[in-house]
Design a protein around this ligand. Structure first.
Ligand SMILES: [Zn+2]
Length: 281
């Protein structure tokens, strides 16, 4: 299976490859820049080149960049909207050069203006970005959200609206998040609930648009709307729920990335071992 965790590239992209292998992962995710600010570390070309070779040698099959939380393409603030567009385009271009497979983005929050207005602003921003981005390595993925507050993307049909508005671009897909989906009302503790989700994904977006999953347990209950990640097996999804998710025929081949609360990345090793144990042949 393809599995890994959210790591840091602050000390170099190859350092994250070492860390991924150290926790028995063959994938990893990282923040493209400061998650709560937006300042980026310039990554020298030599570092990218070394990373491309190292990941091949070490069998790292999937590498994912995550955009900072401060990017909000659904905002009515022109400065923030503009910053989001520029930052997204810049990060797609630089991580395309590093050969990163996916770049994950939270669709955005409308902050009280209503979903329709928010979706229009997201479409507007992504039209700008995707008409300029020429890369072929990195796909842009919209993440399914818990639907907390005025967040867009708690409902799969909102994400579909964005794809429709953009004319179904080829270089775009979606990233599932097991905690967010559960909080948004999809009962992933039951096989019937997962079947229902898969069916809805297929009808709204098409299963081939689903490229990966953030594998997180949830601190809060089904339909809570609260985005609170728990460690694998220690939340409401539990060991059984996580086992059903990672073995479901429609989901099992997705790359799984853990974003569970840890004090140190090495704690992911135990969670990855647990998920590997839950996986049946
Ligand atoms: Zn996310």
């Amino acid at each position: 299976m393809i599995i890994g965790a959210h790591l840091s590239i602050a000390k170099g992209m190859s350092k994250a490859v070492d860390q991924a292998r150290g926790i028995d992962g063959n994938a990893f995710q990282f923040f493209t820049r400061n998650p709560r600010g937006g300042k980026a570390r310039a990554i020298p070309r030599a570092e990218m080149e070394e990373f491309r070779q190292r990941r091949l040698l070490d069998g790292v099959k999937c590498v994912v960049g995550h955009m900072p939380y401060t990017i909000n393409l659904a905002t009515n603030r022109p400065d923030i909207h503009e910053f989001g567009k520029m930052t997204l385009l810049a990060d797609l271009e630089r991580f395309n050069e590093a050969g990163v497979e996916y770049l994950v983005l939270h669709p955005g929050s409308h902050l009280g203006d209503g979903g329709r207005a928010g979706i229009e602003r997201i479409i507007d921003a992504l039209t700008y970005v995707l008409s300029r981005y020429q890369g072929e390595n990195t796909l842009l993925l919209l993440e399914t959200m818990a639907g907390q507050g005025t967040e867009i993307g708690g409902d799969l049909w909102e994400i579909k609206e964005i794809f429709v508005g953009l004319g179904w671009p080829q270089n775009m897909g979606i990233c599932l998040d097991s905690c967010h989906l559960f909080a948004a009302g999809h009962d992933l503790t039951q096989t019937a609930g997962i079947d229902h989700l898969v069916d809805e994904l297929d009808r709204s977006l098409g299963l081939d648009r689903v490229k990966m999953m953030h594998l997180n347990d949830s601190k809060k209950g089904l339909g809570s709307g609260a985005d609170r990640h728990a460690k694998i097996g220690q939340g409401v999804l539990g060991v059984e729920g996580i086992g059903k998710i990672v073995n479901h025929p429609a989901l099992r081949d997705l790359p799984f990335i853990l974003e569970t609360p840890v004090a140190d990345y090495q704690e992911y090793a135990e969670e990855i071992r647990l998920v590997r144990q839950l996986r049946t042949a």
